[in-house]
Design a protein around this ligand. Structure first.
Ligand code: ATP
Length: 303
């Protein structure tokens, strides 16, 4: 039994009229793993999660959780998981405490001391009415309810949307605590940094297709950095410098995608009359544009 994957999909496909929301997904998540699921808007993350939870019916293929069919055995499956959607809808007339109580009853089990501890850690005022909560505070309510049920599987769809950086930090600690207790976590995000901080393995989805799946070490080639440079005069051509994946120039301004060591680029920039230099992690969209262009099917860095 211990070898049964917590999540297992085979050929999982969902087509809407004219849209391939998810195509032929084969996914396996083992007990105790924290798996990130990354993709730009519309990639199919929420569709995957809805299929896993048995909320929608696949066009073809199967989804199993704990070895059970997520549609046929939905009741048994849902006893062992908790789900947090990125757009929580709650009862506006209840207080935070009442909403937590009700969510706990729906969930079935609640570790009450842990729940109270989470309320403190997330600095939630449970006496306020839900209607008076900001989006971030509503997000905290559903996160606390999910975590406090100590489920075997946590399914989190963009869980930190709306949380401030302190709360994101707290959330990450909670996920690592769940992992420390051997729980399994499946987390969707459009932020590479989010999954980098938490996940053992990462899947990358683009236009309904899983184009990458592996450990972060295996996916190092994805972690390019965007460098924006403003020069004193016209931007020079930097596209041939070692480590530069792509470069575009507009007058005095250049925007570069750089992978690996920055040293070759910095050497060139040191003698190029730089006025301003900024670097940041690229958005996934930029990453996909750099690495895959229009050819989503194959990774240029495989093998
Ligand atoms: P986001 O990060 O924006 O939430 P996502 O990765 O979760 O995106 P999905 O919501 O799974 O993406 O959507 C995948 C594709 O399927 C999109 O093109 C979307 O428009 C389409 N889609 C999703 N649900 C439906 C529906 N009920 N009817 C028609 N098309 C749909």
């Amino acid at each position: 039994m211990t070898d049964t994957p917590v999540i297992r999909t085979r050929g999982l496909t969902k087509r809407y009229r004219g849209t391939d929301a998810l195509v032929d997904l084969d996914l396996e998540v083992s007990p105790g793993e924290v798996v990130g699921y990354l993709g730009p808007n519309g990639a199919g993350k929420t569709t995957t999660i809805r299929l896993l939870l048995g909320l929608i019916r696949p066009t073809s293929g199967t989804a199993q959780l704990f070895g059970l069919d997520s549609l046929q055995d939905a009741v048994a499956v849902h006893r062992r998981l908790a789900y947090v959607s990125g757009e929580p809808s709650l009862w506006p007339n209840l207080t935070g405490a009442e909403a937590l109580h009700l969510l706990g009853q729906v969930q079935g089990t609640v570790d009450v001391p842990y729940r109270d501890d989470l309320v403190e850690r997330f600095a939630l005022d449970p006496s306020k009415k839900v209607r008076a909560y900001s989006k971030g505070n509503r997000q905290k309510v559903v996160l606390i309810a999910a975590l406090a049920s100590r489920p075997d599987l946590l399914v989190l769809d963009e869980p930190t949307a709306g949380l401030d950086p302190l709360m994101v930090h707290e959330f990450r600690s909670c996920v690592l605590e769940a992992k420390g207790r051997g729980r399994t976590v499946f987390l969707s995000s459009h932020l590479l940094s989010e999954v980098e901080a938490l996940c053992d393995r990462v899947g990358v989805l683009s236009e309904g297709r899983l184009i990458e799946m592996g450990t972060l070490a295996e996916m190092r080639h994805l972690s390019a950095v965007t460098v924006e440079v403003t020069f004193e005069g016209d931007a020079p051509d930097l596209s041939t410098v070692d480590g530069v994946l792509s470069a575009s120039a507009n007058g005095r301004h250049a925007s570069l995608q750089v992978r690996g060591s920055m040293e070759p680029l910095l050497k060139v920039l040191a003698t190029s009359g730089v006025r301003q230099l900024r670097s940041r992690e690229p958005s996934l969209e930029e990453l996909f544009l750099t690495l895959y262009g229009d050819h989503d099917g194959a990774s240029p860095h495989d093998g």
